[in-house]
Design a binder for this molecule. Structure first.
Ligand code: TXA
Ligand code: MG
Length: 311
């Protein structure tokens, strides 16, 4: 233990979920598995609880959080759904799509959740543990990825503990995340047009032309993010002796994303390989080229940010 909490590891069963729900009701922090990455959950209707998320992560207060709900109906009580937004939710929820919509003025949400924006990011996750937890409580859950701000996202309970042990109340161990990359974020504009603010597991909208510079719409899309804490070299087809190699397809590495060149498998293993590279004794990391198509677009987005040194 390294902080002020004795972080509990909970089983992904009925009693573990009941314990997590009790901690959340009392305003605590619980890391929870989802199909994308582990989220750091707190009740979204409490300023104090949400404040603890920012504190535990060291997250800048201008970076708003995604609110997780158990149903489309609950989502509609928090934000204004146009016909287009409703169609997207019905087609893709539960699943790795986050919708940015106009927030309802009277939604009972802590102001800190949206960091002052008039819009709200909403998602209904496709994971039995997160779904059961959302059913067990009577408030929505704010949940960013369960890592210290700027570092690699967690796809296992072990990854969560590597950066947040002693800083949160509990983690539910639900095994490795299936999808392995954060949700696609799409803003639905008042004129019905769509803008993709973050690439992810599913593609439903054209990419925002300003995405990458990041300052305007998705504050968390900073140039440097997912950083392993050491230099990372992209498009490597071979590696030096002091580099931890992350391979793909025919290029075998110390950690290989997918021997068969399968992009879905590569996405699910990306953060595990980055964590392994970060932990290894090698001072640098090299990564093989990943094709820029389908979920490879989202993998390359994360890799570019991981390769950009922090300011
Ligand atoms: O898959 C996921 O989305 C995971 C799991 C836990 O659900 N969550 C996640 O949260 O990746 P986080 O906080 O690491 O990333 C949320 C992103 C940030 O880039 C944030 O700036 C953006 O969503 N965001 C949140 N609210 C927004 C809003 N109202 N408008 C634009 N961007 C927003
Ligand atoms: Mg994150």
């Amino acid at each position: 233990m390294s902080g002020k909490y004795a972080t509990e590891t909970l089983q992904a069963n009925e009693s573990g979920i009941a314990r997590a729900a009790a901690i959340l009701r009392a305003g605590g922090l619980v890391a929870v598995p989802t199909e994308t990455v582990y989220g750091l959950a707190a009740r979204a209707d409490s300023e104090e609880a949400v404040g603890r998320i920012y504190e535990a992560k060291g997250r800048p207060s201008f970076n708003p959080l995604i609110v997780h709900v158990p149903s489309v109906e609950r989502a509609e009580s928090l934000a204004l759904f146009s016909a287009k937004a409703r169609e997207l939710a019905q087609d893709n929820w539960p699943g790795p799509l986050t919708l940015v919509l106009p927030k309802r003025e009277r939604a009972s949400l802590a102001a800190r959740v949206t960091a002052g924006l008039p819009t709200l990011a909403l998602r209904m996750p496709d994971h039995p543990v997160m779904a059961a937890l959302l059913e067990a409580v009577d408030f929505p859950l704010a949940a960013p990825s369960a890592n210290r701000s700027g570092f690699i996202s967690p796809t296992s309970a072990k990854h969560v503990l590597a950066s947040l042990d002693g800083r949160i109340d509990a983690v539910i161990d639900g095994g490795p995340s299936r999808s392995g990359l954060e949700s696609t974020i799409v803003a639905v504009r008042e004129d019905g047009s769509l803008e993709q603010l973050r690439p992810g597991p599913i593609e439903v909208a054209p990419r925002n032309s300003s995405s990458g510079s990041g300052a305007i719409e998705a504050p968390g899309q900073l140039a440097s993010h997912y950083a392993p804490g050491k230099p990372l070299r992209l498009h490597a087809d071979e590696h030096a002796a002091d580099e931890f190699m992350i391979g793909f397809g025919a290029i075998t590495g110390d950690c290989t994303l997918s021997e068969t060149g399968n992009l879905e498998e590569a996405a699910s293993r990306l953060y595990a390989c980055l964590h392994a590279g970060a932990r290894s004794g090698k001072p640098r990391i090299a990564v093989a080229s990943i094709p820029d198509r389908e979920i490879g677009l989202a993998i390359n987005d994360r890799l570019r940010r991981a390769a950009t040194p922090p300011d």
